[in-house]
Design a protein around this ligand. Structure first.
Ligand SMILES: [Zn+2]
Length: 285
């Protein structure tokens, strides 16, 4: 019979299995998206997100939006909503479960229950060379939440009003002409654009480190449905030291929105349908 320590070691050495094997998940056809992109020329909008602040913008389905680093290394916190129904929004936890802790080109941003469909697809990522570094860090995570004044008050006792949570709340309230309280209910866990993060191997704690992003880098998305997007230029700047403070060097982010490609349906793209689950939850058993 194995000793207790041998038995514990045996149990620790059991091989992991992937929770959500994605062989049944329709893969993004990047070649198709790149072909579609060539048929989208007109820039509908260009806006600068000021440092330590956020802006919202619309992207029509079939269109594209690009987030670029411009004046210096800066990370951004991105929220997405269905433009016709704010209760359908980006679901960072399920996106993480499906794709992993960080996402890049060819991967999707999935929406909340009961919809659970891809609402945006990353088609280009100039930081895709970064991979996973020796600390276990990578870029564009769906593991952080967003910096927020509640956690900051809990840990520091301070009142700080330019966390990404507050920036996104103000931006959505302005964009949709709603109260701050109403807007705050719609703000959700983000895609951390350009942020370099991971979990420490020894304690499992969430860490950040200086983002590898430099002016000229960008992340480009295809809008699978009509979207409202919110982007905050995080007070953490490149997140090399601190966030939830005005002490870090911060820079603006550039957003460009491009028109829906001509002849989308003919090129083989279809708007993703909401989940096929019937929502009866076993009540008729
Ligand atoms: Zn932030």
């Amino acid at each position: 019979m194995p000793s207790i320590s041998e038995e514990r070691e045996n149990r620790r050495n059991i091989e992991p299995v992937i929770c959500y094997p994605v062989q049944f998940l329709p893969a993004a056809d990047l070649d198709l998206y790149k072909k579609i992109r060539q048929n989208s020329h007109l820039k509908l909008q260009e806006l600068w997100v000021p440092p330590r602040d956020a802006r919202c913008f619309s992207v029509p389905k079939g269109g594209f939006f690009r987030i670029s680093s411009v004046e210096g290394p800066q990370v951004g916190d991105l929220n997405l909503w269905n433009a016709h129904n704010l209760s359908e929004r980006f679901y960072s936890g399920k996106t993480r479960a499906l794709h992993g802790t960080h996402i890049t080109s060819g991967q999707r941003m999935w929406s909340s229950f009961p919809y659970l469909r891809p609402i945006a697809t990353i088609i280009e990522d100039t930081l895709d060379w970064y991979g996973i570094d020796p600390f276990g860090g990578s870029v564009h995570d769906v593991i952080g939440t967003r910096c927020d004044p509640y956690t900051n008050a809990l840990l520091s006792g301070d009142q700080y009003h330019h966390c990404c949570h507050s920036n996104l709340t103000r931006a959505l309230a302005n964009f949709c002409d709603m109260s701050l309280q109403e807007a705050e209910d719609h703000v959700h866990d983000v895609l951390n654009v350009f942020m370099c993060t991971g979990f420490t191997r020894d304690t499992g704690q969430y860490f950040m480190k200086a983002s590898p992003v430099r002016p000229g880098d960008y992340l480009e998305f295809f809008a699978e449905i009509d979207l409202i997007a919110g982007l905050s230029a995080c007070p953490g700047g490149d997140c090399s030291a601190k966030h939830s403070t005005d002490a870090s060097a911060c820079f603006p982010l550039l957003v460009e929105v491009f028109e829906p490609a001509k002849g989308l349906a003919d090129m083989g793209w279809k708007e993703p349908k909401p989940s096929a689950y019937d929502q009866t939850h076993g009540s008729f058993d």
